[in-house]
Design a binder for this molecule. Structure first.
Ligand code: HEC
Length: 209
């Protein structure tokens, strides 16, 4: 009885923490006007967002998972040769080793290498990204990231939509995963039932049932 209570409490606490109130997750909340949140979630803006990214961000940031490298690298003929050898998305270590000087040049100017933004959407979420890109100083006082999108909330939201499209699997891929998940659970349930029936039969044959 004590055992049952103990494990029930432990299980409930576990799911409460991971599903309802994760005390280990960061707690800052960032506001975002609903009309821009809608744009940032909609990956059909990704193409426009990518163009805006190329115009406003690519001088400093890469999106390696989308084979988008910082401008000076993109202009380097070495890139094409490497891509023929390794594929469009270069391994991180190859990218960082071959273009070390480009990255260190940025570090000299800004105090640190501007991060690659491939998975930033998953790590930080749309509200943080929208606020940070629009007003970097307000979110991260003292940061060397310039406010390149100041006063352009709609375009900022489109850039976030682009980052979302890179970080998240495509809608078709997502559907496929849901289908696989449902299929796997259904398989386990059916096999469970068959095992139960089989077990009952074996027990009967052994005269134990
Ligand atoms: C002139 C260089 C430069 C440009 C242009 C630039 N950034 Fe940055 N960005 C930086 C630097 C430097 C950092 C690191 C800031 C820090 O950690 O203090 C940074 C950090 C970031 C971060 C990470 C914030 C965090 O919390 O770690 C995001 C996201 C980002 N930039 C997005 C963008 C987007 C989107 C654009 C284009 C609209 C852009 N940046 C344009 C230099 C730049």
């Amino acid at each position: 009885m004590i055992k049952a209570v103990f494990f029930t409490v432990l299980t409930v606490a576990f799911f409460y923490i991971i599903w309802i109130n994760n005390i280990f997750a960061p707690h800052e909340h960032y506001e975002m006007p609903a009309q821009y949140a809608k744009i940032a979630e909609d990956v059909s803006y990704a193409k426009e967002g990518k163009q805006l990214f190329e115009q406003n961000c690519q001088s400093c940031h890469s999106v390696r998972y989308d084979a988008v490298y910082i401008s000076s690298v993109q202009a380097n003929p070495k890139l094409k040769t490497l891509q023929e050898q390794y594929g469009k998305v270069l391994p991180k270590n190859v990218y960082e080793a071959v273009f070390y000087e480009d990255l260190m040049g940025l570090k000299e100017s800004f105090g640190k290498v501007p991060p690659d933004l491939s998975t930033m959407y998953l790590v930080k979420g749309k509200e943080y990204l929208y606020n940070f890109i629009l007003e970097p100083q307000k979110v991260l006082p003292g940061t060397s990231m310039p406010a390149v999108m100041a006063g352009r909330p709609e375009e900022t939201a489109k850039i976030v939509a682009y980052l979302k499209s890179v970080a998240e699997p495509s809608p078709e891929e997502k559907n496929k995963r849901v289908l696989m998940g449902v299929g796997t659970i259904a398989y386990l349930i059916v096999m469970g039932i068959l095992l139960w029936v089989w077990r009952a039969r074996v027990l009967k044959r052994m005269g134990l049932h």
